[in-house]
Design a protein around this ligand. Structure first.
Ligand code: NAP
Length: 278
């Protein structure tokens, strides 16, 4: 596995983590495929993708419960990121939500606690005050946001007085480049990690397509003896502030995704791919 520093924290995290949306249910708890989900998470950890992303809202909290099971007994070696929902961003609600996540995760600290979505009706300073309180209490180690625009990210960073903003989790892939004009350069300049979600465009890269962009992706896959999925993930993690969290329930998919790490495209090829999908 390759590692990158999380924000300016000095903490190194794997460049590929494990997404969990859909494991244990989606909008509500569904236990029918728990064993399958657990096997996928455990294989991901064995393959050193020891960074798991979850959220209090995923499967109404059941995703966090499954993460707790998957990391047993080696919680110390796993970087756990979870999220507080946008309706819980008042000071006392953040504290309560964190306590509930800690209970479901069966741990006494969360490595990265993220604001899931901005909520314009609650001042970000109030939310960040609660986040800094949780850091001071040792309940969370790092503070992040998710789905924050460039301006909202800057505001969140300015609202922190004792900590640095570690990360912003946003959609990013060859097929969604919306962060490139402003958020990505800002993150790079300020050393804020971009955690790329939906990095496989929900598996779309495995299907391929017609046109020049897909032809070039196929050419790269063939040149580096990798799959389209592996090239698409490698393209993301080659960017300085970016790590990615693909979700895979299938064991073959977990193995394939792990193969996106440990090699590098040439700069010329990376640029060609960027241009082809722009
Ligand atoms: N912060 C937010 O608001 C937010 C929003 C969306 C997502 N996220 C996070 O980001 C994670 C990843 O995003 P995502 O789940 O939306 O999308 P994704 O990772 O781009 O795609 C997941 C889909 O791709 C399939 N897949 C995985 N590996 C594959 C492979 N090697 N070949 C073919 N198909 C493959 C999976 O199928 P199988 O499951 O069948 O293997 C699943 O259907 C989420 O799980 C969640 O943790 C965060």
């Amino acid at each position: 596995m390759d590692y990158k520093e999380l924000g300016k924290s000095g903490k190194k995290i794997p460049v590929l983590g494990l997404g969990t949306w859909g494991i244990g249910g989606s909008m509500s708890r569904n236990t029918h495929r728990d064993e399958e989900g657990l096997r996928a998470l455990r294989l991901g950890l064995e393959l050193e993708m020891s960074f798991i992303d979850t959220a209090e809202m995923y499967a109404s909290g059941h995703s966090e419960e499954l993460v707790a099971k998957a990391v047993k007994p080696g919680r110390e070696g796993v970087f756990i990121a979870t999220k507080v929902s946008r309706e819980n961003l008042r000071h006392d609600d953040v504290i309560k939500a964190c306590e509930s996540s800690l209970r479901r995760l069966e741990t006494n600290y969360i490595d990265l606690y993220q604001v899931h979505w901005p909520n314009p009706s609650i001042p970000i300073t109030e939310t960040m005050k609660a986040m800094e309180h949780l850091v001071a209490e040792g309940k969370i180690r790092h503070i992040g946001v998710s789905n924050f625009s460039f301006r909202q990210t800057r505001e969140a960073q300015q609202a922190l007085s004792k900590s640095n903003l570690a990360s912003n989790q946003v959609e990013y892939s060859l097929l969604d480049r919306s962060i490139e004009p402003d958020l990505l350069p800002y993150a790079q300049k300020e050393n804020i990690t971009i955690i790329a979600y939906t990095p496989l465009a929900k598996g779309r890269f495995s299907e391929g397509g017609r046109g020049r962009s897909w032809l070039i992706l196929d050419q790269m896959a063939s040149k580096y003896s990798r799959t389209r999925i592996q090239v698409a993930l490698n393209w993301l993690i080659a960017k300085k502030p970016v790590v990615a969290i693909p979700k895979a329930g299938s064991l073959d998919h977990v193995r394939e995704n792990a193969g996106a790490v440990g090699w590098k495209m040439s700069n010329v090829d990376h640029d060609m791919l960027s241009e082809a999908f722009s």
